[in-house]
Design a protein. Structure first.
Ligand SMILES: [Zn+2]
Length: 217
């Protein structure tokens, strides 16, 4: 999975502690419980708590840009010692109150999960903050947890996903998520192969079925 990760500069209160990646086995999703706060505002909040600063390893804004916060250093999104074994991904927004997540932010979340699982094969469990610790509503009752977990797992099962051109990646994720195109029975998407009329008929019929379902709701 190719992802562009933008490095955000922070003035840390103290040096960060590099993670032992062989021990990193999980990912936790967080929301900001605030409708608009950006990374530097959150950094100030976290400094005020006496932390080294911005707590999350990675952060995704409403436009789907992925930022490095603490990166592969120990985060502070959970209670210790969990931060040694679980990476925290923060999502801009308040998903206790906002029912809709921007599509670009959702797709970036899926891509970052697939990327991190390729980078760190020991990662087995991907879930919300309140899976790891049940004293919070984070990442919010409307956070699309199942969509991110299930779709990233589907993408991981496509053996040649990395051969898909960058310009088509987001579209491929959408059609795979919706089951419109699911790859062949060997697990290949065959991104550059031509499509036959019978394959096109299957794709269009799945799309029609989805439209019918949406109409019934
Ligand atoms: Zn959280």
């Amino acid at each position: 999975m190719s992802v562009e990760i933008i490095k955000e500069e922070f003035d840390w209160a103290r040096p960060l502690e590099p993670l032992d990646l062989s021990k990193v086995t999980g990912i936790a999703f967080h929301h900001m419980a605030h409708p608009t706060a950006g990374m530097q505002t959150i950094h100030k909040w976290h400094l005020d708590r006496g932390w080294a600063g911005f707590a999350y390893n990675y952060w995704i804004d409403f436009y789907g840009s992925i930022f490095e916060g603490r990166g592969l250093n120990k985060g502070a999104g959970l209670y210790d010692p969990l931060n040694r074994t679980v990476l925290s991904i923060g999502f801009q927004g308040d998903y206790d109150n906002s029912e809709i997540i921007p599509e670009a932010q959702l797709i970036a979340g899926i891509k970052l999960v697939v990327y991190l699982k390729q980078l760190i094969p020991a990662i087995k469990t991907v879930n919300g903050h309140n899976y790891w610790q049940n004293d919070t509503s984070c990442p919010g009752r409307y956070f699309p947890l199942e969509r991110i977990i299930e779709t990233s797992a589907k993408i991981e099962r496509i053996k040649d996903f990395d051969n898909i051109a960058g310009w088509a990646e987001d579209s491929a994720i959408k059609v795979i998520e919706k089951g419109i195109m699911i790859g062949d029975d060997q697990g290949f998407f065959n991104p550059a192969m031509p499509c036959t009329r019978q394959e096109l008929a299957v794709v269009v019929s799945r799309l029609l079925e989805l439209i019918e379902q949406a109409r019934r709701i």
